[in-house]
Each structure stands twice: as structure tokens, then as C-alpha cells.
Design a protein. Structure first.
Length: 742
């Protein structure tokens, strides 16, 4: 359907039918004993509906059954509502399709630890195929927020603290979902990832000017990659709630960036304008403020739009043309997604099961988990020998649920997801000569804690593997057992419960100790690192996480690198590396540096860097800087290295970070192999917003650093930028890279 045809359709719709297209209904409202009910549909959505939501999590249906229900819903909408407009059907997919049988892959913070965007795209394609199989054409993923506040429970949903890394993974996921025919929704626009005090929904600790040169970069990358939808954030920016922030949603997003898609509310975000922020006297006024600011669709159900918005138009509180604008945007997105063709909007129940539980999906989930693991340090205890006797202890050693992210089906609903989750205990038991197991304690302290049993198991083993950390979940108000996830924020970052005691007592046995951190957030655990002989960050590795952990402990090179800085204590926050030189410093009793810096990760192989060279020592402010470095694997085994390029601009009129990531390349090198990585860095990547809010590249000195982390440089070079300040239309988020292997 073309643009003019959409305009004609909007003109034909009644006001009730228009507003219905801006609303959402939860699938549970349309079901009767698990089956679609036409009677309920006639009562709930007589004028049609914009979206049907929570289809997997709320229905709990198997893929074949759900595909049948979705097909019935679309058939009803086509046959029994004005103009027969189909609905967008959606579900969450932050770590896989969040419905029964949905493959659960590494949570975003873990996937970002792979520093492998091509892998992320491959994972997104597989997730998208499962979404499409049950009839979903849109998903609320990826999270493009920067994860700079580790107390915030949702940091696990982010791609980490760095704009360039997060932007590249956002691009990859948007592209992968699009490859499988699913519309991505970028969230949460903007600043949700740096809430004051780490409290979910709190205002960001940055003004719009600061957000422009950091948090907004991944959103722009996602839009450039084709994301047709953006979700507004709960928080305020410069004192204005994002859901009523015309400056953000219209002036910046649409007029400045040229975005032509839809903006959707976060769950009950419009209601908050009246109920929490008090900037609207009631929910009708809240709906008016939201649609006038630029919100097009209300989620997760119709509360402030619907009848209230119809009444507001008829009472003259809002012009109907404003409704027409939003309806037109949503219908164009539906048309672009192919919904007006029955074959594209209606799933085939007979084929739905084919996308689930395949060997290929499980293999991909395992590979993604393995490449996401980060070897933080080892003194030689790893890799383990197959013939070892191993004591596997800790609350996450044999609890499959604890390997999953918060928006997995099991994580969100605390239900059986219908998938096999491989635990570390089970995987090691298949591959090691002797495995003893004792949980020792729970994630939270409880009456069944038995640390002495874990100590005894460790005493009788060649090595102890302690799987500690947290459990991801949703909503502390529902008494979630989780320690991370949405609305599960923390005021401190140590191991919860008695897990530190467990580590201390197992280490005291003298048995070599490997600590595996299974957690959705960066933890401040210097005591664990000090006592353990090796430490691995496994994040929330998904259903094949246990197999991936066993792979790495037994010798597979993980190659993951940290997408966040790990603090020594909560008092150091903010600890993210992209700070200016003046903001750094020491404390009286605590070091100012992180426990492990952004980009850090070890390998079982060893790599040597050659000299860092630049093609020219000068460049124009509208030019390109070419940087090259050679890397050789000097070990007698294959390994993985992530070459990282950082830059610092000196001489501009605004304060810049001491360094920022501008390029990276993950290399998998055989023993003795050498590769030369060449980065082509557009100078526009160094652009910042000036005091007038305009993007500018200024002349000055650019220090370039190539190395293994933000704190481990192996080569340096300097380039002078010459010429007048330039104003690029776009700011590339990183350098293009090429690899020549010999």
C-alpha cells in the first residue's frame, strides 16, 4: 500500500477506528481457556486494534497453538472490523522469543562481550524466525540505552557502557531482525541507562547536551540501520518526561534526524504523566500531551488513548489532524511490514514448530554463549584437565533458571519455558572424570544453606568451580526472587546472600578455585578475585550456558571482552571509562581505577602487537585517518584477540572524554598466525556538539591508541587535524576495519 493510499484510508476511517489503531490489547483479553474468543474480540476491539501484545508470555501457548490463535485474530480483524486492518502482533525478544519453546540466548550484556557484531546479527535472525513462526511482526528489542549505571537492574539488557560498541550491536540486531521480517523497536528514548541512584525510571545523570554525544549515538545507528519504531523512556530529560517531550520526540527525532517511523509508549508511560509526574491533571490530558509530543501508539494496553482520546478530540482538547498524523505513521509501518497482504500477517500453524528446538538453534546458542564468556584472570589453573576431579558448588552451578535473562519466558513469568537448559554441573559431569556437587548456599540467604557441604566437596577434589552471582527477574513489587532485571535495582554490588562466605571457605581448603560469575550486572567483587585462582564472567549465557562454561573451563578460548568497567566498590560510581581527565582521581581508602577496565579479557593464547602506524600525520577536518597495526599469535594454540582503537581529541572548545572507542576487530588466529588490521577512521567520528548544539569537527591533535582494553595500550600514534571546523550531517560511530592475514 502506497503513501497516498494510506492517506485515503485514514480519511475513510471513523474517529473510533482511527484511535483504535493507536491502541493495544493484551492477548489474554481475547482468549477463553487458551482459545481465541470472537465474543470477547467483538466486545474488546469492535473498531479494530493497532497491536496485540504479550502473546507468548501471557498465553503460555505452544508455538503451534499460538500460531493458530494469531491466525484467528487476524482473520477476525480482516472479516469483522471496519476496513479489515490487521494488527501488529508482538512479543519481547531481548534474549530470545519470550514464549514457550523460545530459544534463550545470551542476554544483551553477554552478547556484547563477544565483540562480534556478525554473531549478534546471526542470533537476531534466529530469534526473528521464531517470532515470525508464531505470527509476530514486531518486537520490543533491542535496548539501545547505554549501560553506565551498574546498580540499575536493567543494565543486563544493554550492550554496555560505550556508544560505539552499543551502536554496532544495535545495528546488528536491527539488521538481523529485519532479515527475518521482524520490525525492531529501539528502547528507551532516552537516558534510561544512567538513572540517578541506579533507580529504575529515575532521571538520567546527564542533560540533553551530554546525551547527544553518548546515549543518543546507538539510537541514531539503529535508525540508520532501518529500525521503524522507537519506544519513549519513563524518565525525564531536562525536567520534561520523555512521554511528553516534544523536543525529543518531534524536534530531535523527526525534524533533526528525519525519522519517519512510529514512537510507542513504554508500558504505562503515558499514565505516569498524570499518576506519577503530575504534569497532567488526569489520564485524558496525559494522552493529549503524549500524542501532541509525538507518541503514536500506547502500550501495553489502551488506557489514555482509546475512549479518552476520542472524547478529547470531540471536546476540542486536541485536533483530529494530530490523530490522523499518528494513525498514518502506524498504518505506513504496517504496510511496509507487509501486513496488508494476508500471507505476511497470518502465520501457518502447521509449520510453526519447525523453527523451534532445532540442532542449529542450540548450536548457535552455545557458540554465542562461549564467545561471550570473559576470562578475567587465571594463574594457570585453567584450562582444566579432563581427568580432573572437580567439585562444582554455588547457587548457579545447577540452577538452569539462573542462566537466563529477565525477559526470557521463564525469567519473566517464573514458569517452565519448555526448553532444556544445560547447567554447568550437568555439562562438566559429561566431560570430566569425577564431579562432586554441593550447592552450598542460595543466591539469597536461606534456611537450606549448607556451606559445610560445599567445603567438604572441595576438599576431596583437584579443583573447585564455584558458580556464583545472581538471578535475573522482573519487578521487586511482585516479590521476585531475582537480584537483577527490570525494577530490581541494588544499592550495593557485592555477592548477595552468603556467597562471599562460600567463596572464602572454599578457598581456605587450599583446593584451586575457579570462580564463575553468573550475573546480569557488573559486580564489585575484589574479594572473590583475590581468593580465586581464576575468574570467569559468564553473564546470563542462556540455555546452552552450562555447556559453554564447560567448553571454556576445559580449554576452548573464550575471547570475550568486557563491555563495561567492573568497579571495586559501589562508592566509585560512576566508573565507566569515558570520563574526562579532571573527573578521574583516587580516594583515601580505595583506588580510583576499576577492578577490571572496559575492554578487558584474557586468552589462553598470547598475542604480540607490532607498531601502530598512520598513513599520514595530518588530516583535514573532513577527511579520513588510516591506522594500521599487526598482531601475532605467539602461542602454540589458536586463540581470539580483540584489537581496540581509541582516540582522544585535544584542542577543541568542549571537554572530551580522556579516550573513546572508535574502532575494534575480533581476530581468531591459529598458532603462529599474524594479521594486520587497518582502520579507516572518518574524522566525523570525532565530532561533538558545540555550545550551540551543533555537530562539529574541530581542528586539533588526535591521539590514537591501539590495545587490548581501555587501560592497556600496545601502540600509539598522533595525527594533526587541519582546516576550518566542519559540520558533518552524520557522525559515524566507529571506523571501518579490514584484516589481512598471513
Amino acid at each position: 500500500m502506497t503513501g497516498p493510499a494510506i492517506d485515503d484510508l485514514v480519511a475513510e476511517l471513523s474517529l473510533d477506528a482511527k484511535v483504535a489503531q493507536l491502541g493495544t490489547v493484551r492477548i489474554g483479553s481475547l482468549l477463553d481457556d487458551g482459545a481465541f474468543s470472537r465474543e470477547r474480540a467483538r466486545a474488546e476491539i469492535p473498531h479494530g486494534i493497532g497491536r496485540v501484545t504479550r502473546v507468548g508470555r501471557e498465553s503460555g501457548l505452544e508455538p503451534t497453538e499460538l500460531a493458530g490463535v494469531v491466525a484467528d485474530i487476524q482473520s477476525f480483524l480482516r472479516a469483522e472490523t471496519p476496513h479489515g486492518i490487521p494488527a501488529f502482533v508482538r512479543e519481547e525478544s531481548l534474549c530470545g522469543y519470550a514464549g514457550r519453546r523460545g530459544a534463550t540466548v545470551p542476554q544483551a550484556i553477554g552478547l556484547a562481550s563477544s565483540w562480534d557484531p556478525a554473531l549478534a546479527r546471526e542470533v537476531a535472525v534466529a530469534v526473528g524466525e521464531q517470532l515470525r513462526a508464531v505470527g509476530c511482526q514486531v518486537t520490543l528489542s533491542p535496548v539501545a540505552d547505554l549501560g553506565v549505571e551498574p546498580r540499575w537492574g536493567r543494565i543486563e539488557e544493554t550492550f554496555g557502557e560505550d556508544p560505539a560498541l552499543a551502536a554496532e550491536f544495535t545495528r546488528a540486531v536491527v539488521g538481523g531482525l529485519g532479515d527475518s521480517g521482524v520490525d525492531a523497536t529501539l528502547k528507551h528514548f532516552v537516558g534510561h541507562g544512567r538513572p540517578a541512584g541506579g533507580r529504575n525510571r529515575a532521571r538520567p545523570k546527564a542533560c540533553l547536551g551530554e546525551l547527544r554525544d553518548a546515549d543518543l549515538i546507538p539510537f541514531r545507528a539503529g535508525i540508520d540501520a532501518g529500525a521503524p519504531s522507537v519506544m519513549a523512556a519513563y524518565n525525564t530529560v531536562d525536567g520534561v518526561p520523555c512521554h511528553a517531550n516534544r523536543r525529543l520526540l518531534t524536534e530531535l527525532l523527526r525534524e533533526e534526524w528525519g525519522f519517519r517511523g512510529t514512537v510507542v509508549s513504554d508500558g504505562r508511560g503515558i499514565e505516569m504523566l498524570a499518576d506519577d509526574y503530575g504534569v497532567a491533571p488526569d489520564r485524558t490530558a496525559a494522552g493529549v500531551q503524549a500524542i501532541e509530543a509525538g507518541i503514536d501508539v500506547e502500550l501495553p494496553e489502551t488506557e489514555c488513548f482509546g475512549d479518552r482520546l476520542v472524547g478529547a478530540v470531540r471536546d476540542g482538547q486536541v485536533d483530529e489532524s494530530t490523530v490522523d498524523r499518528a494513525v498514518g505513521r502506524h498504518l505506513r509501518q504496517k504496510a511496509d511490514a507487509g501486513l496488508f497482504a494476508a500471507s505476511d500477517s497470518t502465520p501457518d500453524p502447521e509449520q510453526a514448530h519447525e523453527a523451534f528446538g532445532t540442532d542449529a538453534v542450540r548450536s548457535l546458542a552455545r557458540r554465542a554463549a562461549r564467545r561471550s564468556l570473559v576470562l578475567l584472570e587465571t594463574d594457570g589453573v585453567l584450562p582444566l584437565a579432563d581427568a580432573s576431579s572437580v567439585a562444582v558448588v554455588g547457587p548457579n552451578a545447577d540452577a538452569g533458571r539462573n542462566l537466563l535473562g529477565n525477559y526470557s519466558y521463564a525469567g519473566a513469568e517464573n514458569a517452565d519455558g519448555g526448553i532444556e537448559v544445560v547447567t554447568p554441573r550437568a555439562a562438566l559431569r559429561e566431560r570430566v572424570a569425577a564431579v562432586a556437587y554441593a550447592e552450598g548456599c542460595g543466591v539469597r540467604a536461606g534456611p537450606d544453606d549448607d556451606i559445610e557441604a560445599a567445603v567438604e566437596a572441595a576438599r576431596g577434589a583437584d579443583v573447585a568451580v564455584a558458580c556464583v552471582g545472581g538471578q535475573s527477574g522482573i519487578d521487586v513489587e511482585r516479590d521476585s526472587p531475582g537480584t537483577a532485571g527490570e525494577a530490581l535495582d541494588r544499592a550495593e554490588l557485592g555477592l548477595p546472600g552468603r556467597q562471599s562466605e562460600l567463596i572464602e571457605r572454599v578457598a581456605a581448603t587450599g583446593t584451586p578455585l575457579v570462580a564463575v560469575l553468573v550475573s546480569g550486572r557488573p559486580l564489585a567483587v575484589p574479594d572473590v578475585v583475590e581468593r580465586a585462582d581464576a575468574t570467569v564472567a559468564a553473564w546470563l549465557p542462556g540455555q546452552e550456558g552450562g555447556a559453554a562454561i564447560a567448553d571454556v573451563l576445559l580449554g576452548a578460548d573464550p575471547g570475550g571482552r568486557l563491555p563495561v568497567s567492573l568497579p571495586r566498590s559501589v562508592g566509585q560510581l560512576p566508573i565507566h571509562y569515558r570520563q574526562d581527565a579532571v573527573s578521574r582521581g583516587e580516594y583515601v581508602f580505595t583506588e580510583g581505577t576499576p577492578l577490571f577496565p572496559f575492554g578487558h579479557g584474557e586468552s589462553y593464547a598470547a598475542f604480540e602487537y607490532g607498531e601502530c602506524s598512520v598513513a599520514a600525520e595530518e588530516s583535514q577536518t573532513d577527511g579520513t585517518i588510516t591506522v594500521s597495526v599487526s598482531v601475532e599469535n605467539v602461542a602454540d594454540r589458536a586463540g581470539s584477540e580483540v584489537v581496540q582503537l581509541y582516540a582522544r581529541h585535544r584542542g577543541g572548545r568542549t571537554v572530551r572524554p580522556e579516550r573513546k572507542l572508535v574502532g575494534f576487530e575480533r581476530l581468531d588466529l591459529d598458532a603462529g598466525a599474524r594479521a594486520t588490521v587497518t582502520f579507516a577512521l572518518p574524522t566525523a567520528t570525532l565530532a561533538v556538539h558545540d555550545r550551540d548544539g551543533r555537530l562539529v569537527v574541530e581542528p586539533g591533535t588526535v591521539d590514537l591508541l591501539v590495545g587490548r582494553s581501555a587501560a592497556d595500550s600496545r601502540g600509539r600514534a598522533t595525527v594533526e587535524l587541519r582546516g576550518e571546523p566542519t559540520r558533518p550531517d552524520r557522525r559515524p560511530h566507529r571506523a571501518a576495519s579490514t584484516v589481512r592475514t598471513r
